[in-house]
Design a binder for this molecule. Structure first.
Ligand code: PEP
Ligand code: MG
Length: 322
């Protein structure tokens, strides 16, 4: 098996019937890039920037962030790199930010909600990203977007910083795609409206499942409700992909589900464009894709979207991929 995988390291990712998708990796630090390339990653689909802020006593400076982003972009040599802006709160604590203790941290003051109100934190990150954009293929994505206004506000701040850098004679790429994480049901439901304004979506199923099923992703007692293959989740994913494709935008997924061998046939059938997973899952996924017929899976879509339970969906996937 290892040998079969190794042969595919520098190959593109195709289904059996010749349909191409992109297999990318999730990273947390610039040091992770080596693993991405060694495992045949075609890009970085999610760079979680929280690690730059964690385990220290103060905010990372703009220059420190610039160095990290530039390093990742340079090492990836023109391959796409999707950097997510700070996703603090929920399960990701940063001590010196002095966030209030909350009864429901996952439903509270976090990510873009915090960043939009703390421009002294957000603007330096945006500037660092914009400056780094000159060194590779950067795409910027905002986490935990629940409303169109949040996206517009975040994008406006980004554009302000871009103009200001350019006025100072600093090089900034004009080709930076700006997208959002789709991890809150409200955003998935009106993906059609969002698709007119964003350049891409990346579906964050880790949170999308928790919010849709109302089941804390950290709570063992309700883990039986954490169901990636529940038709409710699949229908939301379908809504997002259809909305994006109607506007000629691409859709990725950077939650755990993207690298899951039961989910992959379903996601191919739904038309997902980019799968971002832990680096070690990439070659197994590329191997699996070669056994899948996309046209058949697309035809099967109406069938599995109409199913009633997660169990039925799993049985169906097993049957059609045998
Ligand atoms: C997600 O929510 O699916 C995701 C990729 O983000 P994180 O796991 O960092 O919340
Ligand atoms: Mg998330």
């Amino acid at each position: 098996k290892q040998e079969e995988w190794a042969k595919l390291k520098d190959e593109p990712s195709f289904t059996k019937d010749g349909e191409q998708v992109e297999l990318a990796a999730n990273i947390g630090t610039p040091e992770d890039v080596e693993g991405v390339l060694n495992n045949g990653g075609e890009g970085v689909g999610l760079y979680r920037t929280e690690f730059l802020y964690m385990g220290k006593s103060e905010l990372p400076s703009e220059d420190e962030q610039f160095d990290a982003y530039k390093t990742v972009l340079e090492k990836m040599k023109g391959k796409p790199v999707v950097v997510r802006t700070l996703d603090v709160g929920g399960d990701k604590e940063i001590s010196y930010l002095d966030l209030p203790k909350e009864l429901n941290p996952f439903l509270g003051y976090r990510a873009i909600r915090f960043c939009l109100e703390n421009e002294h934190v957000f603007r330096p990150q945006l500037r660092a990203l914009l400056r780094a954009s000159a060194y590779g293929n950067l795409k910027i994505m905002f986490p935990m977007i629940a409303t169109i206004e949040e996206f517009r506000q975040a994008k406006a701040l980004l554009m302000e910083e871009k103009d200001s850098l350019k006025n100072d004679g600093i090089e900034v790429s004009d080709d930076i795609e700006i997208g959002i994480m789709v991890e809150i049901p409200s955003t998935a439901v009106i993906a059609k409206q969002f698709a007119k304004e964003v350049d891409f979506f990346s579906i964050g199923t880790n949170d999308l499942i928790q919010y849709t099923m109302a089941a804390d992703r950290m709570n063992e007692q309700v883990s039986y409700l954490y169901q990636p293959y529940n038709p409710a989740i699949l229908n939301l994913i379908n809504t997002v992909i259809e909305a994006a494709h109607a506007e000629d935008k691409w859709v990725g997924m950077c939650g755990e589900m993207a690298g899951d061998s039961i989910a992959i046939p379903l996601l191919v059938g739904l038309g997902l464009d980019e799968f971002s997973m832990s680096a070690t899952s990439i070659l197994p996924a590329r191997t699996q894709l070669l056994s899948l017929n996309k046209k058949e899976l697309v035809k099967a879509k109406e069938q599995f979207l109409a199913m009633s339970t997660s169990e039925e969906v799993v049985a169906f996937v097993k049957e059609i991929t045998e």
